[in-house]
Design a protein around this ligand. Structure first.
Ligand code: AMP
Length: 220
């Protein structure tokens, strides 16, 4: 059976993480976030975490070879057998090429969530993440019912170390230089859907689901 592979592209703070959780749940497939995998390695004090830390703290991309090994290990797990949803990967042409080689004729479904740079800083600086379950909140657009406490699991809400105004600038530069070219890359190969990430969360979700429905119909 063909694996279904979904890729969410978009700048940091475009809402990939929030949509990825919901889409993965709706599609019944694992959500594979390379950022989350790195953060788990940092928290676990692994050698990979130690190598990635400096890049992440500065807002730079981790070198491709470290990302690829970690990602391919993850998607080789049995729960990814029927497919998986990628959030934060690929982020460079080399990563896209490596994934393409692995998938062969099985083209991924690619959704590009677009948000202008002018809106990104506020989205990122006010983002808060649950330490325990990873749920994402925003102090203005999606505040928790009780300040500092996760609505889902009552865990503590924290700010990611790289979610500061200074680091955001580097992350955006990295995005434009290395990741944005993937929009053209996938448009000219398998095609992709672009979704307006400035709409309400629910609308963005519906637009992503509509895109997935169309793409999967075309492939059948
Ligand atoms: P994210 O949670 O997706 O915003 O990722 C947080 C940080 O992890 C990024 O700023 C990078 O330093 C690193 N990272 C995550 N995914 C990748 C990737 N595919 N390639 C290179 N670095 C990555």
């Amino acid at each position: 059976m063909t694996q279904t592979v979904v890729i969410l592209l978009g700048a940091p703070g475009a809402g990939k993480g929030t949509q990825a959780v919901r889409l993965a749940q709706a599609l019944g497939m694992p959500h594979v976030s390379t950022g989350d995998l790195f953060r788990a390695n940092l928290a676990g004090g692994t050698a990979l975490g130690a190598k990635a830390r400096g890049y992440m703290d500065q807002g730079e991309l981790v070198p491709d070879e470290l990302v690829l090994e970690m990602l391919f290990d993850r998607v080789a797990q049995p729960d990814c057998g029927l497919g998986y949803l990628l959030d934060g990967f690929p982020r460079t042409l080399a990563q896209a090429e490596a994934l393409g080689q692995r998938l062969g004729e099985n083209h991924p479904t690619v959704i590009n969530i677009e948000v202008p740079d002018s809106a990104i800083e506020k989205r990122i600086v006010e983002r808060r993440t649950c330490k325990d379950c990873g749920s994402i909140f925003h102090l203005t657009f999606h505040p928790p019912a009780k300040a500092g406490v996760c609505d889902q699991c009552s865990g503590e809400l924290t700010q990611r170390k790289d979610d500061t105004a200074e680091v955001v600038r580097t992350r955006l530069q990295e995005y434009h230089a290395k990741t944005q070219p993937l929009v053209q890359y996938y448009s000219s190969r398998s095609g992709l859907c672009t979704v307006d990430g400035q709409n309400a969360q629910e609308e963005v979700f519906d637009a992503c689901m509509a895109c997935l429905g169309r793409r999967m119909e075309v492939r059948q």
